[in-house]
Write a protein that binds this ligand. Structure first.
Ligand code: SR1
Ligand code: MG
Length: 405
């Protein structure tokens, strides 16, 4: 009988990262390697290891026992490495071409060895630089429909879904979202982080009872609507792209949550980039072209999501009621309204809360930054309050068009 002993957690460094791959047999001792820690996110180490001898390369992502963005005073579960690797494997069952390959998970060291995607660009960085990615809407629309449908009770039986929900119980990372997205920005909280010039607008928001009540309802949905396995943090920094490829990374916030949450996260980040282009593009023709591309991406993502979702519904739904006329449309309407509310919350949190987006923060002119931040807050508010009236994606597109110069 072999007794499995739990390894002691220790942080990797560039040397031990290479030894780790040697021990796994992924590279040989005599291979010449280069290695760098390239993590630029809020929470983890990311080591990029290249064998100069064979040309093969790997990523080792290791969770730290605290949030890197704040420091050791904010302890954080290492279990998120298991959640992330498992969610990537779950997604690979339905959209293998849209997620990185996972080669190895080590739950004791909280690390995952995965496919190196460094030939691709992070979507956020690409959009800030003014690039366009023609296939991203099609790919993300498909990713959303297939991942969300398949783990819902339309795709698997309720017993299997309940068991999966236990596997993906993720209370600590959910708490980050509960606090940073839904609660803190609406109160005078220490975690908040907004520019001095936004203070009058933020104080107004803290008094905005109409808005706060709707945010409270959306928070309640996030807390209780266990519909399907969601990514949980699908912003444009969690997506690698090129002209031809798209890969969704980083699902460490995965749990059984509302259908609309990932959709809202993606739309919010496209909208923020679109509004922020005022501070990035000098040439007005180029700016308009980019903004039209982003509007088109919003529209296409939703259209592809709904058409793929309906196809899956017809071909694969295990719910006996799914043949009822009009049922799928009603499900999609609920998803849409939730998604719009979450879009608004995700926009407001990035202006007022702890973690910001580079799209806005990298605008040099303070005057333009203030204008952009204010437009994002105001549009976020509108989407939250009017989520049940904005009847479709074309109406969303014209609402967004009305919000920027
Ligand atoms: C402490 S983590 C801050 C943010 O980074 C992640 O990407 C999530 O969006 C989280 O809210
Ligand atoms: Mg992340």
């Amino acid at each position: 009988m072999t007794v499995q002993t739990k390894k002691q957690y220790e942080e990797l460094n560039t040397k031990t990262a290479v030894s780790y791959l040697i021990n796994l047999g992924l590279i040989k001792t005599d291979e010449e390697t280069t290695v760098a820690e390239i993590g630029d996110g809020n929470l983890n180490y990311v080591f990029h290891i290249i064998s100069q001898t064979t040309g093969r390369s790997f990523i080792i992502k290791q969770a730290l026992p605290y949030a890197k963005v704040v420091g050791e005073s904010w302890p954080l579960t290492l279990d998120r490495a298991r959640i992330e690797a498992s969610a990537l494997k779950e997604a690979a069952k339905v959209v293998p071409e849209l997620v990185p390959k996972v080669f190895h998970l080590d739950p004791d060291l909280a690390l995952t060895v995965m496919e190196d995607l460094s030939h691709l660009t992070i979507l956020r960085a690409g959009l800030i630089a003014g690039n366009q990615y023609p296939l991203v809407a099609e790919h993300i629309g498909k990713y959303l429909a297939h991942t969300l449908f398949t783990t819902s009770t339309f795709g698997i039986n309720p017993q299997a879904a309940k068991k999966l929900a236990v596997t993906y119980s993720n209370p600590e990372l959910c708490k980050i979202t509960e606090d940073l997205v839904f609660t803190d920005p609406y109160f005078n909280c220490e975690t908040n982080n907004f520019e001095e010039h936004l203070t009058p607008r933020v104080h107004e928001l803290w008094q905005d009872k109409e808005l706060k009540k709707e945010v409270a309802k959306l928070k309640h949905l996030f807390l209780t609507k266990s519909e399907t396995l969601i990514h949980g943090d699908l912003h444009t920094g969690s997506i690698f792209v090129s002209e031809t490829e798209t890969k969704v990374i980083d699902p460490e916030f995965s749990f059984y949550g509302p259908f609309g949450f990932d959709i809202g996260a993606f739309l919010a980040n496209l909208i923020m980039n679109l509004i922020a282009q005022e501070g990035h593009q000098q040439d007005s023709e180029q700016k308009e072209d980019l903004q039209n591309y982003l509007l088109d991406t919003i529209e296409k993502t939703w259209d592809i999501f709904t058409s793929e979702f309906k196809k899956l519904w017809l071909a694969k739904s295990i719910e006996p009621f799914s043949e009822l006329e009009g049922y799928v449309e009603e499900v999609l309407t609920d998803i849409w309204q939730d998604a719009l509310g979450f879009t608004g919350c995700k926009m407001i949190r990035r202006m007022i809360g702890l973690a910001h987006v580079l799209d806005v923060d990298s605008i040099e002119s303070a005057e333009i930054r203030l204008r952009v931040q204010t437009s994002i807050i105001n549009l976020g508010r509108k989407l939250i309050l009017e989520r049940k009236q904005i009847g479709g994606v074309l109406e969303l597109v014209s609402t967004v068009e009305g919000a920027y110069s």
